[in-house]
Design a protein around this ligand. Structure first.
Ligand SMILES: [Zn+2]
Ligand SMILES: [Zn+2]
Length: 388
């Protein structure tokens, strides 16, 4: 049985020595294998993973590599387990940990910065200058589970206590796994953007992040919040999450003019670009008003052509966002605890952990209108019992 020196466990939460874990081989190639259950160090806990959501960034890591970075390079064929959006139950405490209890349910932030670089000292640990420098004799203590250290497509993972967010008991596992998604939306709007109530927001693209930006922007008091998207079912969900208006770009040839018309002709204060369409970046800089801000939240693979002169002459701010710094996830959880929006509207499918490749196919190809797809190891146990 699992009983590493200095680690506190409980008879109520027996932990096996080994666990099922998916491992990334060549690009796009995942294999289910056995790994030892990891051991928490000082200021870390062991989390039993109860639900892990698939994110578009997981697809980037699994098929392209970056922003995954293992042992200083691409994440392929390094016994690496991807997956970064998850929740679970604290199962064991590393030396000195008294901030959390065994049995407590938690959502997790992804990034535990090194704690010593300039950005970490500013609270911007998702931009840690020692990103991925956590192996061999370059150990800076940085962790980003599912990017630079093993992630969530397995049964247990180690988390720094700084990355834990206690969740409300009435939150389902699936909703708990979406807390970090909402945290990213929060970070884009408030910590990086500086949004205050009454400002206007356009969200381009209704993927999981785009839909969460709509929900969080409304909860923050933004007015109006406008979503632009081409898939009709997503427009409906955006309205349910509080969007004041939607623009169906499959029917609207001039999306910039349509947005401006909805907001008195001058453009909006913020655009959060979540569509990854290369044209969307240039549209975004024309949708904001003078002095407005454009947040880039999607990985655009094609080169984007952008009207720089327009940006300069209109004092427009353009910024990228990585993850969920400055404890934005805690604030997102507070909104969800208060039921200010229903994040479960974006959860569409749950599969057993053993069916991860199917779950990824649903997320990637949007099979059956999939938005957020979750995998659960506990479902494996349920299936097993049913089969016996
Ligand atoms: Zn993600
Ligand atoms: Zn750092």
């Amino acid at each position: 049985m699992y009983a590493p020196a200095g680690v506190k466990t409980s008879a109520e939460f027996p932990i096996p020595d080994s666990m099922k874990a998916w491992v990334l081989g060549n690009p796009g190639e995942l294999t289910l294998t056995d790994k030892p259950v990891p051991v928490p160090k000082r200021a870390e806990v062991l989390v039993r993973i109860d639900a892990a959501a698939i994110c578009a960034t997981d697809l980037e890591v699994i098929y392209q590599g970056p922003p995954g970075m293992i042992q200083g390079g691409l994440p392929f064929n390094k016994n690496f387990t991807p997956g970064h959006e998850y929740m679970g139950t604290v199962a064991a405490l590393g030396p000195g940990v008294d901030e959390y209890k065994i049995g407590q349910r938690v959502a997790v932030e992804i990034h535990a910065g090194c704690g010593q670089c300039k950005r970490c000292r500013e609270g911007m640990y998702t931009s840690c200058h020692n990103y991925g420098l956590n192996y061999g004799d370059v150990d800076k203590g940085h962790r980003a589970n599912g990017f630079t250290t093993d992630g969530a497509f397995c049964e247990y993972q180690v988390n720094d206590i700084n990355t834990l967010v206690a969740i409300s008991d009435d939150m389902s596992d699936e909703e708990g796994a979406l807390v970090v998604t909402a945290g990213t939306a929060m970070y884009a709007l408030t910590e990086l953007g500086g949004l205050v109530a009454g400002e206007s927001v356009v969200v381009s693209g209704a993927g999981p992040i785009g839909l969460m930006v709509v929900a969080v922007a409304k909860a923050l008091g933004a007015q109006p919040v406008i979503l632009t998207e081409m898939r009709g079912n997503r427009l409906k969900i955006a309205l349910e999450l509080g969007a004041d208006a939607v623009v169906d770009i499959s029917k609207e040839p001039d999306v910039v003019a349509a947005v401006k018309k909805l907001n008195g002709g001058k453009g909006v204060d913020y655009v959060v670009e979540c569509s990854a369409a290369s044209k969307a970046v240039n549209d975004a800089v024309h949708m904001v008003n003078r002095g407005g801000k454009v947040c880039l939240a999607a990985f655009t693979h094609d080169q984007a052509s952008v009207d720089i002169a327009h940006i300069v002459s209109n004092n427009i701010y353009l910024y990228g966002i990585r993850g969920e710094g400055k404890s934005a996830v805690h604030r997102a959880e507070a909104f969800m605890r208060q039921k200010r929006f229903d994040a479960t509207k974006i959860h569409t499918h749950t599969f057993p952990l053993a069916d991860l490749p199917t779950a990824i196919r649903y997320a990637k190809d949007r099979v059956d209108d999939a938005i957020k797809v979750v995998v659960k190891a506990k479902l494996d146990a349920v299936h097993k019992v049913a089969a016996e």
